[in-house]
Design a protein around this ligand. Structure first.
Ligand SMILES: *[C@@H]1O[C@H](CO)[C@@H](O)[C@H](O)[C@H]1NC(C)=O
Length: 167
């Protein structure tokens, strides 16, 4: 029982520590800031990847920009959607998560569900936005080697949907 309590206590202390860099009264060093930032960025797989252009990323975004406004019956949901979209990398090294993906609609209108999935001008592609909390790295006043994380709401375009135009 006692060791269980001790374990719980240790766990609570470690939780407290991981959140230690959040807020302007919580200055910490770069290493701890990185650790906290990584922990705060968890849970959204693509956003875990570092924010720099590696050859692999370049290939992915090149393929991405080749995506045109057209209906497809293969590929991931963003290319098979009747309001297809691609992902643009939104990178900021002074932010956690450093890498976010922003949806961009490929068509002003939509594509038909019927093969060969031609343009259907009856619908409009509309971007759907969501708010998420990001953390900006800030320097602590008068302490060049100390930093804190400032939480801010941030808008992320998650997908495009096909809507009936307003009448
Ligand atoms: C999402 O944000 C974009 C750009 O700010 C805006 O044009 C669009 O209308 C928003 N989407 C919705 C559904 O509000």
């Amino acid at each position: 029982m006692q060791s269980l309590l001790l374990l719980l206590q240790l766990w609570a202390v470690s939780l407290g520590r991981t959140q230690g860099c959040v807020g302007n009264s919580e200055c910490c060093g770069l290493r701890e800031l990185e650790r906290t930032g990584a922990w705060l960025s968890k849970g959204s797989p693509p956003e875990l990847q570092p924010c720099h252009v590696s050859p692999q990323h370049r290939t992915a975004s090149e393929e991405n920009t080749e995506l045109q406004c057209q209906g497809r019956s293969h590929g991931p949901p963003n290319s098979r959607a009747i309001s297809p979209w691609r992902y643009r990398e939104d990178c900021d090294n002074a932010r956690f998560p450093r890498r976010l993906l922003q949806a961009e609609c490929l068509c002003p209108h939509c594509v038909s569900l019927d093969p060969p999935h031609r343009l259907d001008r009856r619908g409009n592609s509309v971007q759907v936005n969501a708010s998420t909390t990001v953390y900006y790295q800030r320097q602590c006043p008068g302490r060049p080697k100390a930093f804190y994380l400032e939480p801010q709401l941030y808008s992320v375009a998650v997908a495009c949907i096909c809507v009936v135009p307003r009448s």
